[in-house]
Design a protein around this ligand. Sequence first.
Ligand SMILES: NC(=O)c1ccc[n+]([C@@H]2O[C@H](COP(=O)([O-])OP(=O)(O)OC[C@H]3O[C@@H](n4cnc5c(N)ncnc54)[C@H](OP(=O)(O)O)[C@@H]3O)[C@@H](O)[C@H]2O)c1
Length: 272
Amino acid sequence: MGEALIRGFLRSKVSSPGRICVSVRDVERQDALERIGIGSIFGDATDGGSKEVAQFSSVILLCTKPQAMTEVLQSLAPHVTSEHLVISVAAGITLQTLESALGEGVRVVRVMPNTPALVQCGASAYALGKNVTARDADIVDLLLSSVGFCIAVEEKQLDAVTGLSGSGPAYVYLMIEAMADGGVMAGLPRETALALAAKTVAGAAQMVFGDDGGSNSSSALGMVHPGVLKDRVASPAGTTIAGLAELESSGVRGAFIRAVSRAAQRAKEIGS
Ligand SMILES: NC(=O)c1ccc[n+]([C@@H]2O[C@H](COP(=O)([O-])OP(=O)(O)OC[C@H]3O[C@@H](n4cnc5c(N)ncnc54)[C@H](OP(=O)(O)O)[C@@H]3O)[C@@H](O)[C@H]2O)c1
């Protein structure tokens, strides 16, 4: 996720390689970051990396797995001050945990991004900690909207966001793969079926935001209800309603609802 965000920030030009420094353990990942021009690459956060990142940065993004976060926070705490803005993307790790691990007065924001940030089509939500300023909120908004859509939510809603948009790309990949399989079964070559399935998902999503595809600003959503769009393409006794009836009898709607809700529950378990 961290690498997707960095690549997204560079693509959108909200930052440049020379302004980013990274702590990372894996040698292959270090090589990948060097190849995109990141000049300052430090090693393990728990072995000096945190100190160096804090020394050279004013905005620090925490992108390790939630399970590694306790150790990483311990390594960062002695070096972080009220001059830093710390942004965590870890699922389930609360603002209270972050604030009490990093110390009084530290400005903390909790974000749930998703991997399409890599291609400027991310969907992120964020909750602000008690010490953040209006300028911090603007910085978070600037960074996240440079890689897609972003919206402020209450912290208690972030587990739901994790289950929906954080984990959601995987559900959609599964759906695209299955739709393409259906196309192959109906006689299309695999590559054609996959391209048509993926473009259909992207185009249909765009339609929900109206003719212009919407903007990254949460204040100008102007969305069209998907039920209205669905009804527009399902003509009487046509092909689409025949396909929809099949999906409904397979319980697809309920499966998506349960998937989001189970993933949200899992995010809550990780954080407790
Ligand atoms: N993946 C998603 O779609 C997604 C979406 C939203 C939020 N998130 C959040 O993003 C975070 C990362 O998830 P991920 O899927 O991107 O995991 P990941 O691919 O395993 O990335 C975690 C990175 O943290 C590095 N790391 C771990 N301990 C470190 C340490 N002590 N010092 C320096 N680097 C260290 C890992 O390095 P090594 O490779 O060397 O172990 C790895 O590069 C999680 O907290 C997750 O909740 C993920």
